[in-house]
Ligand binder design. Sequence first.
Ligand code: KE4
Length: 429
Amino acid sequence: MIYKRSSELFAEAQKVIPGGVNSPVRAFKAVGGDPIFVKEAKGAYLYDEDGNRLIDYINSWGPMILGHAYAPVVDAVIQKTKKGTSFGMPTEIETLIAELAVSMVPNVDKIRFVNSGTEACMSAVRLARGFTKKDKIIKFAGCYHGHSDSFLIQAGSGAVTFGSPNSPGVTEGTAKDTLLARYNDLENVESIINANKGEIACIIIEPVAGNMGCIPPVKGFLEGLRALCDANDILLVFDEVMTGFRLAKGGAQELLGVDADIVTFGKVIGGGLPVGAFAARKEIMNHLAPLGPVYQAGTLSGNPLAMAAGLAMLNELNSNPQIYKSIDQKTAYLHEGVAKVLQNYNITHTINRTGSMISVHFDETPIVDFETAAKGNNETFKKFFHGMLDNGVYIAPSAFETWFITEALSYKDLDETIGAVEKVTMKLK
Ligand code: KE4
């Protein structure tokens, strides 16, 4: 593959945008080399600035579940644009998408729209703190909830579970209210709760983790969190920015049968436009301004174009629930094909999958938390990534990300992908 034009554009971009990108993972730092610049996309394919066609397994990190430039979404945005792009005033379409989302998601009566997953998770935590009148939160090492200060926390020193900032600019004052637990380790969570009795507002978790690669909850883990929250007056926040409207119409709550108190959304809910949201039962949501004291706001929240894209997307998913079975079958087919190739060539690997989220780890230990995910052979992953790219397949440019399957993929695309895995794997040894 030739990437000449992408490299030229990257050089230009770096002169005026920090790192040449508007979000760090796009810079290919984890895999090396210059990033691909995309010219356009349609269905399951990206077309880069050098004219290469790439089968896309990132799909804008989740939103393009029905494929790029999906006609009902595109048409809805075009029609809405002709009538104005932003008013800063209430519009009917916000109510329409709110009613639809609330009808699809279990355990929620009301929803507030924002502009990103970060904003949704940040607001959800503030709401949980305001509702419970408690300050501390528990998050899990390896889970990502956006770049709000309370989430940019790494494991504290020694046995203490107080977090410490994992980015300059995050203060110790902020970090002290974020407690860090191990994913899939209920005892660890219980010990943190017992060490901070009466001080914890919420536990925020990715119900299926997607930011350490794909890590499903072990049997009983989420149910155990639910019980611990009920016994300790703690709110359970499901960060469904990745899983929402992807794992099922009702997201992870529906698929896994565990009830959250607050649910956050992003990605799919916006159909590719900037939309985040958070939802809960009305006794919680009514604490939000202007009804209640918990402040949260946004100039472009509920933006008409973004709402038009999101409503078109949710309408498609809600009226065609067979999409979920189809997309899960395609992911299972890919899983089986990739595993068979890696086994044939005796490449040490683990593949994690839930629904249409899947990740390949070059390590044989079960990947169940951040610690085991970090053991993966990153050198092998880098070779695998670039090999796949050279064979026209774009997978996540980091071993700590998940592949997102789109319904737009055909079985021919999947076979082509599995064929690319074979060509790459032959050279991995
Ligand atoms: P945004 O602010 O990026 O819309 O959403 C933050 C967020 C919150 N919660 C979860 C579970 C997420 O996965 C994300 C964002 N996901 C990353 C991919 N790992 C977005 C890609 C990027 O950062 O550029």
